[in-house]
Design a protein around this ligand. Sequence first.
Ligand code: HEM
Length: 461
Amino acid sequence: MDAAALLLLALATVAVAFGWLLAGPAAGRLKKRGRMPPGSMGLPLIGESLRIISAYKTPNPEPFIDERVARYGSVFTTHVFGERTVFSVDPAFNRFLLSNEGRDVGCSYPSSITTLLGKHSLLLSHGAEHKRLHSLTLTRLGRPASPPLLAHIERLLVSIEPGPWSESLRREYVKLIDGFFSIRFPFAHLLPFTTYGKALKARKTVAGALREVVRKRIEEIGENGGTNGEDDRKKDMVEELLGAEGGSFSEEEIVDFCLSLLIAGYETTSTLMTATIKFLTETPAALAELKEEHDNIRGMKGKNQPLEWSDYKSMPFSQCIINETLRVANIISGVFRRANTDLHYKDYIIPKGCKIFASFRGMHLNDEHYENARTFDPWRWKINNKLQNAVGANIFTPFGGGPRLCPGYELARVVVCIFLHHLVTRFSWEATEEDRLVFFPTTRTLKGFPITLRQRPESVA
Ligand code: HEM
Protein backbone atom coordinates (compact mmCIF):
# COMPACT_ATOMS: atom_id res chain seq x y z
CA MET A 1 0.00 0.00 0.00
CA ASP A 2 1.57 3.32 -1.04
CA ALA A 3 1.55 6.52 0.99
CA ALA A 4 -1.44 8.01 -0.90
CA ALA A 5 -3.56 4.92 -0.27
CA LEU A 6 -2.59 4.96 3.41
CA LEU A 7 -3.59 8.61 3.64
CA LEU A 8 -6.94 7.85 1.99
CA LEU A 9 -7.53 4.99 4.40
CA ALA A 10 -6.68 7.24 7.36
CA LEU A 11 -9.03 9.95 6.09
CA ALA A 12 -11.81 7.43 5.55
CA THR A 13 -11.35 6.11 9.10
CA VAL A 14 -11.50 9.63 10.51
CA ALA A 15 -14.61 10.39 8.41
CA VAL A 16 -16.35 7.25 9.70
CA ALA A 17 -15.37 8.17 13.26
CA PHE A 18 -16.74 11.70 12.77
CA GLY A 19 -19.90 10.26 11.24
CA TRP A 20 -20.42 8.09 14.30
CA LEU A 21 -19.70 10.93 16.68
CA LEU A 22 -22.10 13.23 14.88
CA ALA A 23 -24.90 10.74 14.49
CA GLY A 24 -24.34 9.33 17.96
CA PRO A 25 -25.95 6.38 19.65
CA ALA A 26 -29.32 8.16 19.78
CA ALA A 27 -29.54 8.12 15.99
CA GLY A 28 -28.84 4.36 16.00
CA ARG A 29 -31.65 3.87 18.49
CA LEU A 30 -33.95 5.96 16.31
CA LYS A 31 -33.36 4.02 13.11
CA LYS A 32 -35.24 1.21 14.78
CA ARG A 33 -38.14 3.35 16.00
CA GLY A 34 -38.73 6.32 13.66
CA ARG A 35 -36.86 9.00 11.85
CA MET A 36 -35.66 12.48 12.57
CA PRO A 37 -37.12 15.36 10.56
CA PRO A 38 -35.20 15.51 7.26
CA GLY A 39 -32.40 18.00 6.72
CA SER A 40 -28.73 18.45 5.96
CA MET A 41 -25.85 18.16 8.41
CA GLY A 42 -23.34 20.25 6.41
CA LEU A 43 -19.62 19.72 6.99
CA PRO A 44 -18.17 17.41 9.64
CA LEU A 45 -18.01 19.06 13.06
CA ILE A 46 -18.86 22.61 11.93
CA GLY A 47 -22.09 21.46 10.28
CA GLU A 48 -24.00 24.43 8.84
CA SER A 49 -22.79 26.91 11.48
CA LEU A 50 -20.81 29.05 9.03
CA ARG A 51 -23.77 29.17 6.63
CA ILE A 52 -26.24 30.29 9.31
CA ILE A 53 -23.76 32.82 10.74
CA SER A 54 -22.99 34.38 7.35
CA ALA A 55 -26.73 34.51 6.51
CA TYR A 56 -27.64 36.17 9.83
CA LYS A 57 -24.86 38.72 9.41
CA THR A 58 -26.72 40.14 6.39
CA PRO A 59 -29.95 42.18 6.40
CA ASN A 60 -31.64 39.27 4.60
CA PRO A 61 -30.98 35.93 6.30
CA GLU A 62 -34.27 34.49 5.04
CA PRO A 63 -32.81 32.25 2.29
CA PHE A 64 -31.22 30.03 4.98
CA ILE A 65 -34.67 29.12 6.30
CA ASP A 66 -36.56 29.44 2.97
CA GLU A 67 -34.31 26.96 1.14
CA ARG A 68 -34.59 24.35 3.86
CA VAL A 69 -38.32 24.77 4.35
CA ALA A 70 -38.81 24.38 0.57
CA ARG A 71 -36.68 21.21 0.57
CA TYR A 72 -37.65 19.53 3.85
CA GLY A 73 -40.77 21.22 5.30
CA SER A 74 -41.44 23.50 8.24
CA VAL A 75 -39.57 21.28 10.72
CA PHE A 76 -36.12 20.24 9.55
CA THR A 77 -32.81 19.05 11.00
CA THR A 78 -29.54 20.91 10.70
CA HIS A 79 -26.23 20.92 12.58
CA VAL A 80 -25.30 24.28 14.10
CA PHE A 81 -23.04 25.48 16.90
CA GLY A 82 -21.57 22.05 17.51
CA GLU A 83 -24.83 20.16 17.76
CA ARG A 84 -27.49 18.50 15.67
CA THR A 85 -30.49 20.80 15.97
CA VAL A 86 -34.11 20.53 14.88
CA PHE A 87 -35.31 23.85 13.46
CA SER A 88 -39.03 24.66 13.56
CA VAL A 89 -41.01 27.37 11.75
CA ASP A 90 -44.25 25.48 12.34
CA PRO A 91 -46.76 27.45 14.46
CA ALA A 92 -48.34 24.36 16.04
CA PHE A 93 -45.00 22.76 16.90
CA ASN A 94 -43.63 26.05 18.21
CA ARG A 95 -46.69 26.41 20.44
CA PHE A 96 -46.00 22.91 21.75
CA LEU A 97 -42.35 23.81 22.43
CA LEU A 98 -43.22 27.04 24.25
CA SER A 99 -46.08 25.72 26.32
CA ASN A 100 -44.33 22.48 27.31
CA GLU A 101 -41.23 24.14 28.71
CA GLY A 102 -40.34 22.45 31.99
CA ARG A 103 -42.10 19.22 30.96
CA ASP A 104 -41.40 17.57 27.57
CA VAL A 105 -38.79 20.19 26.72
CA GLY A 106 -36.55 22.41 28.80
CA CYS A 107 -34.44 25.42 28.04
CA SER A 108 -30.76 24.80 28.31
CA TYR A 109 -27.80 27.14 28.17
CA PRO A 110 -24.12 26.18 27.94
CA SER A 111 -22.19 26.28 31.22
CA SER A 112 -20.21 29.36 30.08
CA ILE A 113 -23.49 31.32 29.90
CA THR A 114 -24.65 29.91 33.23
CA THR A 115 -21.53 31.33 34.85
CA LEU A 116 -22.18 34.79 33.40
CA LEU A 117 -25.83 34.79 34.43
CA GLY A 118 -25.34 33.50 37.97
CA LYS A 119 -26.87 30.29 39.26
CA HIS A 120 -29.94 31.99 40.77
CA SER A 121 -30.88 33.78 37.56
CA LEU A 122 -34.54 33.54 36.51
CA LEU A 123 -33.46 32.46 33.03
CA LEU A 124 -31.70 29.41 34.47
CA SER A 125 -34.08 28.40 37.21
CA HIS A 126 -36.34 25.39 36.76
CA GLY A 127 -39.39 23.78 38.30
CA ALA A 128 -40.89 25.22 41.46
CA GLU A 129 -38.14 27.82 41.84
CA HIS A 130 -38.75 29.11 38.31
CA LYS A 131 -42.50 29.29 38.91
CA ARG A 132 -41.97 31.29 42.08
CA LEU A 133 -39.46 33.73 40.53
CA HIS A 134 -41.41 34.12 37.28
CA SER A 135 -44.67 34.97 39.01
CA LEU A 136 -42.89 37.43 41.30
CA THR A 137 -41.38 39.16 38.25
CA LEU A 138 -44.67 39.17 36.38
CA THR A 139 -46.46 40.66 39.38
CA ARG A 140 -43.92 43.44 39.55
CA LEU A 141 -43.26 44.17 35.85
CA GLY A 142 -46.74 43.32 34.60
CA ARG A 143 -48.09 46.34 36.50
CA PRO A 144 -46.55 49.27 34.65
CA ALA A 145 -49.93 50.97 35.01
CA SER A 146 -48.94 52.14 38.47
CA PRO A 147 -48.55 55.96 38.33
CA PRO A 148 -45.21 56.09 40.21
CA LEU A 149 -43.65 53.57 37.83
CA LEU A 150 -44.91 55.45 34.76
CA ALA A 151 -43.52 58.72 36.15
CA HIS A 152 -40.23 57.02 36.97
CA ILE A 153 -39.86 55.63 33.43
CA GLU A 154 -40.60 59.08 31.98
CA ARG A 155 -38.07 60.73 34.31
CA LEU A 156 -35.43 58.15 33.41
CA LEU A 157 -36.06 58.60 29.70
CA VAL A 158 -36.17 62.37 29.46
CA SER A 159 -34.57 64.04 32.40
CA ILE A 160 -31.84 62.02 34.03
CA GLU A 161 -28.31 62.51 32.69
CA PRO A 162 -26.17 59.41 33.16
CA GLY A 163 -24.05 59.97 36.26
CA PRO A 164 -20.53 58.51 36.74
CA TRP A 165 -21.97 55.50 38.64
CA SER A 166 -24.46 54.48 35.95
CA GLU A 167 -22.05 55.31 33.11
CA SER A 168 -19.23 53.14 34.49
CA LEU A 169 -21.74 50.38 35.23
CA ARG A 170 -23.03 50.63 31.66
CA ARG A 171 -19.51 50.17 30.28
CA GLU A 172 -18.99 47.03 32.37
CA TYR A 173 -22.44 45.79 31.39
CA VAL A 174 -21.56 46.07 27.68
CA LYS A 175 -18.44 43.92 28.28
CA LEU A 176 -20.61 41.39 30.09
CA ILE A 177 -23.08 41.22 27.19
CA ASP A 178 -20.21 40.77 24.69
CA GLY A 179 -19.21 37.67 26.67
CA PHE A 180 -22.52 35.98 25.86
CA PHE A 181 -21.75 36.05 22.17
CA SER A 182 -18.01 35.44 22.22
CA ILE A 183 -16.22 32.35 20.99
CA ARG A 184 -15.20 30.46 24.11
CA PHE A 185 -11.74 28.96 23.87
CA PRO A 186 -10.95 26.20 26.34
CA PHE A 187 -9.84 27.80 29.62
CA ALA A 188 -11.02 31.25 28.43
CA HIS A 189 -11.97 31.94 32.05
CA LEU A 190 -8.26 31.84 32.86
CA LEU A 191 -7.44 34.31 30.07
CA PRO A 192 -8.51 37.80 31.18
CA PHE A 193 -7.66 39.38 27.80
CA THR A 194 -10.25 37.30 25.87
CA THR A 195 -13.77 38.66 25.42
CA TYR A 196 -15.10 35.94 27.70
CA GLY A 197 -12.40 36.60 30.32
CA LYS A 198 -13.27 40.32 30.26
CA ALA A 199 -16.96 39.46 30.57
CA LEU A 200 -16.31 37.38 33.69
CA LYS A 201 -14.45 40.31 35.25
CA ALA A 202 -17.24 42.70 34.25
CA ARG A 203 -19.81 40.38 35.82
CA LYS A 204 -17.99 40.63 39.12
CA THR A 205 -18.02 44.45 38.92
CA VAL A 206 -21.71 44.70 37.98
CA ALA A 207 -22.72 42.13 40.61
CA GLY A 208 -20.58 44.02 43.18
CA ALA A 209 -22.35 47.31 42.37
CA LEU A 210 -25.77 45.64 42.68
CA ARG A 211 -24.71 44.00 45.95
CA GLU A 212 -23.90 47.47 47.33
CA VAL A 213 -27.42 48.63 46.42
CA VAL A 214 -28.95 45.61 48.16
CA ARG A 215 -26.84 46.14 51.31
CA LYS A 216 -27.71 49.84 51.41
CA ARG A 217 -31.39 48.98 51.16
CA ILE A 218 -31.08 46.42 53.97
CA GLU A 219 -29.48 49.13 56.14
CA GLU A 220 -32.27 51.59 55.30
CA ILE A 221 -34.90 49.02 56.20
CA GLY A 222 -33.11 48.43 59.50
CA GLU A 223 -33.05 52.16 60.23
CA ASN A 224 -36.46 53.42 59.12
CA GLY A 225 -38.45 50.43 57.91
CA GLY A 226 -37.34 51.00 54.30
CA THR A 227 -39.49 54.06 53.71
CA ASN A 228 -36.48 56.28 53.17
CA GLY A 229 -38.41 58.95 55.03
CA GLU A 230 -41.16 59.03 52.38
CA ASP A 231 -44.15 57.21 53.84
CA ASP A 232 -46.15 57.04 50.63
CA ARG A 233 -43.27 55.73 48.55
CA LYS A 234 -43.93 52.47 46.70
CA LYS A 235 -41.50 49.62 47.26
CA ASP A 236 -38.96 49.07 44.52
CA MET A 237 -37.99 45.64 43.19
CA VAL A 238 -35.06 45.14 45.60
CA GLU A 239 -37.19 46.07 48.60
CA GLU A 240 -39.99 43.82 47.44
CA LEU A 241 -37.58 40.89 47.05
CA LEU A 242 -36.13 41.53 50.50
CA GLY A 243 -39.59 41.37 51.99
CA ALA A 244 -40.90 38.51 49.81
CA GLU A 245 -41.71 35.13 51.32
CA GLY A 246 -40.79 36.14 54.83
CA GLY A 247 -37.40 37.53 53.77
CA SER A 248 -36.19 34.14 52.50
CA PHE A 249 -34.24 35.49 49.50
CA SER A 250 -30.49 35.57 50.06
CA GLU A 251 -28.35 38.53 49.04
CA GLU A 252 -26.82 36.44 46.23
CA GLU A 253 -30.25 35.42 44.93
CA ILE A 254 -31.39 39.04 44.79
CA VAL A 255 -28.20 40.12 42.98
CA ASP A 256 -28.51 37.32 40.38
CA PHE A 257 -32.18 38.13 39.95
CA CYS A 258 -31.56 41.86 39.32
CA LEU A 259 -28.69 41.07 36.98
CA SER A 260 -30.88 38.74 34.92
CA LEU A 261 -33.48 41.52 34.54
CA LEU A 262 -30.78 43.92 33.37
CA ILE A 263 -29.47 41.38 30.87
CA ALA A 264 -32.89 40.38 29.54
CA GLY A 265 -34.44 43.85 29.50
CA TYR A 266 -31.85 46.45 28.57
CA GLU A 267 -30.45 45.32 25.24
CA THR A 268 -33.81 44.09 23.91
CA THR A 269 -35.66 47.34 24.66
CA SER A 270 -32.90 49.61 23.35
CA THR A 271 -32.67 47.56 20.14
CA LEU A 272 -36.44 47.84 19.74
CA MET A 273 -36.17 51.65 20.09
CA THR A 274 -33.37 51.87 17.52
CA ALA A 275 -35.14 49.59 15.04
CA THR A 276 -38.33 51.65 15.46
CA ILE A 277 -36.47 54.86 14.57
CA LYS A 278 -34.90 53.16 11.57
CA PHE A 279 -38.25 51.95 10.20
CA LEU A 280 -39.92 55.32 10.88
CA THR A 281 -37.11 57.13 9.05
CA GLU A 282 -37.63 54.87 6.05
CA THR A 283 -41.45 55.15 6.16
CA PRO A 284 -42.39 58.88 6.26
CA ALA A 285 -46.16 58.21 6.07
CA ALA A 286 -45.94 56.14 9.27
CA LEU A 287 -43.89 58.85 10.97
CA ALA A 288 -46.46 61.51 9.99
CA GLU A 289 -49.33 59.44 11.44
CA LEU A 290 -47.37 58.75 14.61
CA LYS A 291 -46.60 62.46 15.05
CA GLU A 292 -50.28 63.30 14.68
CA GLU A 293 -51.19 60.75 17.37
CA HIS A 294 -48.68 62.16 19.85
CA ASP A 295 -49.23 65.84 19.00
CA ASN A 296 -52.94 65.30 19.74
CA ILE A 297 -52.18 63.76 23.14
CA ARG A 298 -49.71 66.53 23.99
CA GLY A 299 -52.12 69.17 22.69
CA MET A 300 -54.77 67.98 25.14
CA LYS A 301 -52.36 67.81 28.08
CA GLY A 302 -50.37 70.99 27.73
CA LYS A 303 -46.60 71.36 28.01
CA ASN A 304 -44.56 69.48 30.67
CA GLN A 305 -47.55 67.53 32.01
CA PRO A 306 -46.45 63.95 32.79
CA LEU A 307 -48.05 61.16 30.80
CA GLU A 308 -50.70 59.04 32.49
CA TRP A 309 -51.89 55.49 31.94
CA SER A 310 -54.93 56.78 29.98
CA ASP A 311 -52.52 58.58 27.61
CA TYR A 312 -50.58 55.37 27.10
CA LYS A 313 -53.87 53.65 26.30
CA SER A 314 -54.61 56.29 23.62
CA MET A 315 -51.65 55.38 21.43
CA PRO A 316 -53.07 52.74 19.07
CA PHE A 317 -50.85 53.65 16.12
CA SER A 318 -47.74 53.54 18.33
CA GLN A 319 -48.72 49.96 19.22
CA CYS A 320 -49.04 49.19 15.48
CA ILE A 321 -45.51 50.54 14.97
CA ILE A 322 -44.18 48.46 17.88
CA ASN A 323 -45.92 45.27 16.70
CA GLU A 324 -44.60 45.71 13.19
CA THR A 325 -41.06 46.47 14.35
CA LEU A 326 -41.11 43.39 16.59
CA ARG A 327 -42.42 41.31 13.68
CA VAL A 328 -39.96 42.50 11.03
CA ALA A 329 -36.84 43.07 13.14
CA ASN A 330 -37.21 39.99 15.36
CA ILE A 331 -35.26 41.25 18.35
CA ILE A 332 -35.24 37.65 19.63
CA SER A 333 -35.27 35.49 16.52
CA GLY A 334 -36.29 32.33 18.37
CA VAL A 335 -35.55 30.21 21.43
CA PHE A 336 -33.60 27.01 22.04
CA ARG A 337 -35.09 24.06 23.84
CA ARG A 338 -33.89 20.52 24.57
CA ALA A 339 -36.11 17.42 24.39
CA ASN A 340 -36.55 15.88 27.85
CA THR A 341 -38.14 12.84 26.27
CA ASP A 342 -38.58 11.37 22.75
CA LEU A 343 -40.95 13.79 20.98
CA HIS A 344 -43.36 12.63 18.31
CA TYR A 345 -44.19 15.15 15.62
CA LYS A 346 -46.09 14.09 12.48
CA ASP A 347 -44.17 10.99 11.27
CA TYR A 348 -40.97 12.01 12.98
CA ILE A 349 -39.36 11.30 16.30
CA ILE A 350 -37.08 13.87 17.89
CA PRO A 351 -34.94 11.95 20.37
CA LYS A 352 -34.53 12.78 24.03
CA GLY A 353 -31.58 15.14 24.48
CA CYS A 354 -31.89 16.68 21.00
CA LYS A 355 -31.59 20.46 20.68
CA ILE A 356 -34.53 22.27 19.06
CA PHE A 357 -34.81 25.85 17.83
CA ALA A 358 -38.31 27.37 17.72
CA SER A 359 -37.81 30.10 15.11
CA PHE A 360 -40.07 33.15 15.58
CA ARG A 361 -38.48 34.85 12.60
CA GLY A 362 -39.49 32.02 10.27
CA MET A 363 -43.14 32.47 11.29
CA HIS A 364 -43.15 36.27 11.41
CA LEU A 365 -41.74 36.63 7.90
CA ASN A 366 -43.82 33.94 6.21
CA ASP A 367 -46.12 35.14 3.38
CA GLU A 368 -48.61 32.43 4.33
CA HIS A 369 -49.19 34.19 7.65
CA TYR A 370 -48.74 37.86 6.64
CA GLU A 371 -49.37 39.49 3.26
CA ASN A 372 -46.10 40.92 1.88
CA ALA A 373 -44.54 39.59 5.04
CA ARG A 374 -41.13 41.10 4.38
CA THR A 375 -42.40 44.66 4.07
CA PHE A 376 -42.68 47.04 7.04
CA ASP A 377 -46.40 47.86 7.06
CA PRO A 378 -47.65 49.06 10.48
CA TRP A 379 -51.15 49.64 9.08
CA ARG A 380 -51.70 45.85 8.87
CA TRP A 381 -52.15 45.90 12.69
CA LYS A 382 -55.06 48.35 12.41
CA ILE A 383 -57.35 45.51 11.31
CA ASN A 384 -59.75 44.64 14.16
CA ASN A 385 -58.38 42.00 16.52
CA LYS A 386 -55.34 41.46 14.31
CA LEU A 387 -53.00 41.27 17.31
CA GLN A 388 -55.21 38.89 19.33
CA ASN A 389 -55.74 36.66 16.26
CA ALA A 390 -52.03 36.54 15.42
CA VAL A 391 -51.12 35.72 19.05
CA GLY A 392 -53.95 33.14 19.19
CA ALA A 393 -52.79 31.47 15.97
CA ASN A 394 -49.26 31.42 17.38
CA ILE A 395 -47.83 33.32 14.43
CA PHE A 396 -46.80 36.35 16.54
CA THR A 397 -44.53 35.40 19.43
CA PRO A 398 -41.92 38.18 19.83
CA PHE A 399 -42.09 37.71 23.62
CA GLY A 400 -42.17 33.90 23.55
CA GLY A 401 -44.97 32.12 25.40
CA GLY A 402 -45.85 29.48 27.95
CA PRO A 403 -44.15 29.32 31.34
CA ARG A 404 -41.22 31.43 30.11
CA LEU A 405 -43.30 34.18 28.49
CA CYS A 406 -41.30 37.39 28.80
CA PRO A 407 -42.38 39.10 32.04
CA GLY A 408 -41.22 42.44 30.56
CA TYR A 409 -43.58 42.35 27.56
CA GLU A 410 -45.79 45.23 28.72
CA LEU A 411 -42.98 47.21 30.30
CA ALA A 412 -41.03 47.18 27.01
CA ARG A 413 -44.09 48.56 25.17
CA VAL A 414 -44.64 51.28 27.79
CA VAL A 415 -40.99 52.37 27.68
CA VAL A 416 -40.96 52.54 23.86
CA CYS A 417 -44.30 54.44 23.72
CA ILE A 418 -43.08 57.06 26.22
CA PHE A 419 -39.80 57.34 24.34
CA LEU A 420 -41.60 57.80 21.00
CA HIS A 421 -43.91 60.39 22.54
CA HIS A 422 -41.04 62.62 23.65
CA LEU A 423 -39.05 62.01 20.50
CA VAL A 424 -41.71 62.94 17.96
CA THR A 425 -43.33 65.79 19.89
CA ARG A 426 -40.02 67.57 20.52
CA PHE A 427 -37.71 66.66 17.66
CA SER A 428 -37.34 65.95 14.00
CA TRP A 429 -34.35 63.95 12.79
CA GLU A 430 -32.50 62.57 9.84
CA ALA A 431 -30.19 59.59 9.48
CA THR A 432 -26.55 60.66 9.50
CA GLU A 433 -25.18 57.52 7.85
CA GLU A 434 -26.36 54.52 5.87
CA ASP A 435 -26.95 51.67 8.29
CA ARG A 436 -28.54 48.24 8.26
CA LEU A 437 -29.93 45.62 10.57
CA VAL A 438 -27.96 42.41 11.11
CA PHE A 439 -29.07 39.40 13.12
CA PHE A 440 -25.93 37.70 14.41
CA PRO A 441 -24.88 37.40 17.20
CA THR A 442 -27.94 39.48 18.14
CA THR A 443 -30.36 41.70 16.25
CA ARG A 444 -28.83 45.17 16.02
CA THR A 445 -27.97 47.95 13.62
CA LEU A 446 -24.33 47.79 12.53
CA LYS A 447 -23.57 51.41 13.47
CA GLY A 448 -26.28 52.05 16.07
CA PHE A 449 -28.30 54.03 13.45
CA PRO A 450 -26.80 57.48 14.10
CA ILE A 451 -29.20 60.41 13.58
CA THR A 452 -29.05 64.19 13.72
CA LEU A 453 -31.73 65.56 16.03
CA ARG A 454 -33.33 68.99 15.63
CA GLN A 455 -35.67 70.63 18.11
CA ARG A 456 -39.06 71.01 16.40
CA PRO A 457 -39.75 74.77 16.08
CA GLU A 458 -43.45 74.12 16.63
CA SER A 459 -42.68 71.72 19.53
CA VAL A 460 -45.80 71.00 21.56
CA ALA A 461 -44.02 69.22 24.41
C1 HEM B 1 -38.28 44.27 23.04
C2 HEM B 1 -38.19 43.85 24.26
C3 HEM B 1 -38.16 42.41 24.67
C4 HEM B 1 -38.24 41.25 23.92
C5 HEM B 1 -38.39 41.12 22.41
C6 HEM B 1 -38.16 40.14 24.85
C7 HEM B 1 -38.25 38.81 24.47
C8 HEM B 1 -38.21 37.75 25.36
C9 HEM B 1 -38.41 36.38 24.99
C10 HEM B 1 -38.67 35.85 23.59
C11 HEM B 1 -38.30 35.63 26.13
C12 HEM B 1 -38.52 34.12 26.25
C13 HEM B 1 -37.22 33.34 26.39
C14 HEM B 1 -37.48 31.84 26.40
O1 HEM B 1 -38.60 31.39 26.21
O2 HEM B 1 -36.49 31.11 26.60
C15 HEM B 1 -38.02 36.54 27.21
C16 HEM B 1 -37.80 36.16 28.52
C17 HEM B 1 -37.49 37.05 29.52
N1 HEM B 1 -37.54 38.41 29.46
FE1 HEM B 1 -37.89 39.53 27.83
N2 HEM B 1 -38.03 40.63 26.11
C18 HEM B 1 -38.03 42.00 26.06
C19 HEM B 1 -37.96 42.88 27.13
C20 HEM B 1 -37.81 42.52 28.43
C21 HEM B 1 -37.76 43.43 29.56
C22 HEM B 1 -37.94 44.95 29.46
C23 HEM B 1 -37.52 42.68 30.68
C24 HEM B 1 -37.37 43.09 32.10
C25 HEM B 1 -37.01 44.24 32.56
C26 HEM B 1 -37.43 41.29 30.25
C27 HEM B 1 -37.18 40.23 31.09
C28 HEM B 1 -37.22 38.91 30.70
C29 HEM B 1 -36.94 37.82 31.61
C30 HEM B 1 -36.53 37.92 33.07
C31 HEM B 1 -37.11 36.65 30.86
C32 HEM B 1 -36.92 35.19 31.36
C33 HEM B 1 -38.27 34.62 31.74
C34 HEM B 1 -38.16 33.19 32.22
O3 HEM B 1 -37.19 32.49 31.88
O4 HEM B 1 -39.09 32.78 32.91
N3 HEM B 1 -37.62 41.24 28.90
N4 HEM B 1 -37.99 37.82 26.71
